[in-house]
Design a protein around this ligand. Structure first.
Ligand SMILES: Nc1ncnc2c1ncn2[C@@H]1O[C@H](COP(=O)(O)OP(=O)(O)OP(=O)(O)O)[C@@H](O)[C@H]1O
Length: 297
């Protein structure tokens, strides 16, 4: 679905994405998470061809993004501010969608408009933020793209609408064999709907992979503080949290965790993401917390 090699984007001197190498398989719902300014919108805008890389390469559905009209028709994009045309009615938006998109699904569009309680005659400029988001998402979905790119799609939706939207998204992807990539700060949503995760921080990919593989490859060890220097070789320390006598150590052990004398716990997705984000914010902290140099990045 997406393949990036050494992808870099700078705005002037400011890096927004640095040396990202990433392969994302098709048929997934991909969650893109990271703090403000991490580079999420930049990656999504590169993926739909709105901006071009400073260096490196990016292929989406096998070609350079937006390389032809036919390629554009295969990708749907909803930007973070869910843009709609203020003077157009809801029905005008559907008419515009039908004119511009060869695979337009009018039945899907009308069904969704009714489901979310929008009136065809309402002007988009008079809709609430959440209703505008629903309209923009409907236009993107009714295009029937092979890849739906959504920048924080649920940010403006109320909890019920968010729940419905996330469920629709899964059905849409399953029914069409499509892929969707969405950025979000809502780790609960990501955990519920995404089967592939990319964690970005400080313009770099921190970790990426299918969620079950990521969960299977990370563990929490409860290690007495005076034994932190005995962590087995072959595990990468992501985050260390000290208590009085013990430390809770989040480790990555992709080939399986080597036998250790200490209790281990499975890791939740949210803990794993937070571990990577904390490490990215202060890369020296995890290294300093473990004395014997078993920390590898
Ligand atoms: N058009 C632009 N001109 C200059 N700098 C930009 C521009 N767009 C983004 N940036 C910078 O690039 C970096 C990444 O921004 P980006 O919008 O991709 O982050 P993000 O992860 O989507 O953040 P958020 O979660 O706040 O939406 C930031 O430092 C930002 O200031």
């Amino acid at each position: 679905m997406l393949h990036a090699e050494h992808l870099t984007k700078r705005y002037g001197r400011r890096p927004a994405l640095t040396d990202c190498t990433l392969t994302i398989p098709a048929g997934r719902v991909i969650g893109l998470v990271g703090p403000n300014g991490a580079g999420k919108s930049t990656l999504l805008q590169l993926a739909c061809g709105l901006i071009t890389p400073t260096s490196g390469t990016l292929e989406v559905l096998g070609s350079r993004p937006a390389s032809t009209a036919a390629h554009l028709a295969r990708v749907g994009f909803v930007a973070q501010d869910t843009p709609v045309y203020a003077s157009f009615t809801v029905a005008d938006h559907l008419r515009m969608g039908a004119r511009l998109n060869p695979s337009w699904d009018q039945a899907l569009a009308e069904r969704r408009i009714a489901q979310v309680g929008l009136q065809p005659a309402q002007r988009a400029g008079r809709l609430s933020g959440g209703q505008r988001a629903q309209l923009a998402l409907t236009v993107a979905a009714a295009k029937r793209p092979e890849l739906l790119i959504l920048d924080e799609p649920a940010a403006a939706l109320d909890p019920l609408a968010r729940d419905g939207f996330m469920r629709n998204l899964r059905e849409f992807v399953a029914e069409l064999g499509a892929s969707a990539v969405l950025s979000s700060h809502l780790l609960d949503d990501v955990e519920r709907v995404c089967d592939h995760l990319v964690v970005l921080s400080g313009s770099r990919v921190q970790v990426a992979g299918d969620v079950p593989d990521l969960l299977a490859g990370h563990h929490r060890l409860l290690v007495p503080r005076d034994q932190l220097d005995r962590l087995p070789a072959g595990v990468e320390v992501i985050h260390v949290e000290h208590a009085d006598r013990d430390s809770r150590v989040l480790v990555r052990a992709e080939g399986g965790l080597p036998p250790t004398p200490w209790p281990t716990e499975p890791v939740r997705l949210e803990e794993m993401v937070l571990g990577y984000l904390t490490r990215a914010a202060d890369p020296t902290a995890a290294r300093a917390a473990v004395p014997a140099g078993e920390v590898r990045r």
